[in-house]
Ligand binder design. Structure first.
Ligand code: NDP
Length: 427
């Protein structure tokens, strides 16, 4: 009887061991991290242990409280500092770290992962602070080291990059023998009722939009002036919106992984008011990312001192915080891939997209649709890894993995997708 009882008492432990899937460490406590943390907590069968760490611990504590799960742990970390990260990773011992801080921290976090044997996922490729330039080369350079360490790194697992690559992989797997043209179309038809605000980190967002455009045609990259090429594109449930050709990082990996692509472009909508303000911001030098000297009064009132400030970082401090836009945000986003190519010898078109309501996103997570559409795929990517479905030593973009289980989860986790076959792609 005593032995029987002892065996029975071991059962819950055994079940926990058998069902234990994974320990996740989320770095960052901004808009995207908030959504990802909510979604991670909604999937306790996969994420058995959750820690949120960021520069400001109070933000992590607030987030854990908002989720209402007393088992979520929080910590402070400076993700620019490899030693600080290593100390945290050794304490938490996560299976995977979700880097939802800023692109500046990608390489320090990858270094810390290699030093401690932790797997890695992010939503944006590395950018040096002093140069608004993004390309995968810096992170792809880690491929051999991750492979040798037996660790998986999943790059760019938000919506775009992220779902845009999964959509393309799904199209290539199921609907095309050859993809010839790929147009990623990103529309935000929401209204936050502010004169000017960005939908994710203002510094990163303005750096992205004000740089030169770039697209791929017949084996070459063609540069354009910023937002030089534009045309109206019709979005489902929204209607026509002026859409601007921009450089976007996922084009780099997609044309490499699908060499039959002859034309690859990325389009994003902007309203007239947004562009007017952006023009002024650029015109008066507030989008500059170099340091300028500024004579500032000391906080204790004892005089003035010369300080160095980066105008764009200062602008970020005065712009609305993207995390506070949700409450009054109306309308929806619509992001998808418009693809032309060949199937069974015949030309065909395919459009796969998701529409996401800002209000629905806000009701569920307290964040607007742009954070939602990024945080949900980040969670799904980590889930794919922990389930062993996207686990392969090396550094990978999302389209390197099987898109099917990810597409299935998109439908379950709040970002359902729709397909249009042989319609007019407009682009
Ligand atoms: P936020 O500015 O809202 O959040 C960034 C978070 O990172 C903040 O909590 C910030 O801390 C923290 N952080 C910054 N620097 C450090 C550091 N050195 N150490 C520790 N924590 C740090 O950004 P978003 O949530 O809007 O964006 C997050 C990421 O998602 C960005 O990389 C962005 O480019 C990416 N993104 C990707 C998209 C996609 O579809 N793929 C779309 C939208 C965004 P603190 O609060 O103290 O400042």
């Amino acid at each position: 009887m005593i032995i029987e009882n002892k065996i029975l008492s071991l059962f819950p432990k055994l079940i926990k061991i058998l069902t234990k899937m994974g320990k996740v460490l989320i770095i960052g406590a901004g808009g995207v991290a908030t959504v990802a943390a909510f979604k991670v907590a909604q999937n306790p069968d996969v994420f058995t242990d959750i820690t949120i760490a960021s520069r400001t611990k109070a933000k992590c504590d607030k987030l854990a409280k908002a989720i209402g799960n007393p088992n979520i742990k929080t910590a402070q970390v400076d993700a620019d500092n490899v030693d600080d990260l290593v100390k945290l990773f050794n304490e938490v011992k996560p299976d995977i770290v979700m880097n939802l801080a800023l692109p500046y921290q990608d390489l320090t976090i990858m270094e810390a992962c290699l030093k401690t044997g932790v797997n890695y996922l992010d939503t944006a490729n590395y950018e040096p602070r002093d140069e608004a330039h993004f390309e995968y080369s810096w992170q792809w350079a880690y491929k051999q080291r991750f492979e040798d360490a037996g660790l998986t790194a999943i790059l760019g697992c938000g919506f775009d990059p992220g779902v845009s690559g999964v959509y393309t992989a799904y199209a290539a797997k199921h609907h095309f023998d050859e993809i010839h043209t790929l147009d990623i179309v990103d529309c935000n038809a929401g209204n936050h009722h502010k004169a000017f605000a960005t939908n994710f980190n203002p510094e990163i967002n303005i750096r992205e939009i004000t740089q030169k455009g770039l697209y791929y045609k017949d084996g070459e990259w063609i540069e354009t002036e910023p937002l030089e090429i534009h045309q109206p594109i019709t979005y489902p449930n929204i209607g026509p919106r002026e859409s601007y050709l921009m450089h976007h990082e996922e084009l780099e990996s997609l044309v490499k992984n699908y060499p039959t692509i002859k034309l690859a472009r990325f389009w994003m909508t902007f309203g007239e008011q947004y562009l007017k303000y952006l023009d002024v911001i650029q015109g008066i030098g507030m989008s500059r990312i170099d340091e300028i000297e500024y004579e500032a009064p000391l906080a204790d009132g004892t005089g003035n001192a010369k300080v160095k400030i980066v105008p764009l970082q200062f602008l970020k401090a005065v712009l609305p915080n993207p995390q506070d836009l949700g409450e009054n945000y109306e309308g929806e986003t619509s992001i998808g891939c418009r693809i032309r190519g060949i199937k069974d010898g015949k030309e065909r078109t395919y459009y796969v997209y998701n529409n996401c309501s800002h209000q629905e996103a806000y009701k569920e997570t307290g964040m607007q649709g742009v954070s939602y559409t990024t945080g949900v795929p980040a969670m799904i990517g980590a889930m794919m890894f922990l389930k062993g479905l996207w686990k392969r030593p090396g550094v990978w973009n999302v389209e390197d993995f099987d898109p099917d289980p990810f597409m299935e989860q998109l439908n379950k986790q709040g970002l359902p997708w729709n397909e249009v076959f042989d319609g007019d792609l407009e682009v």
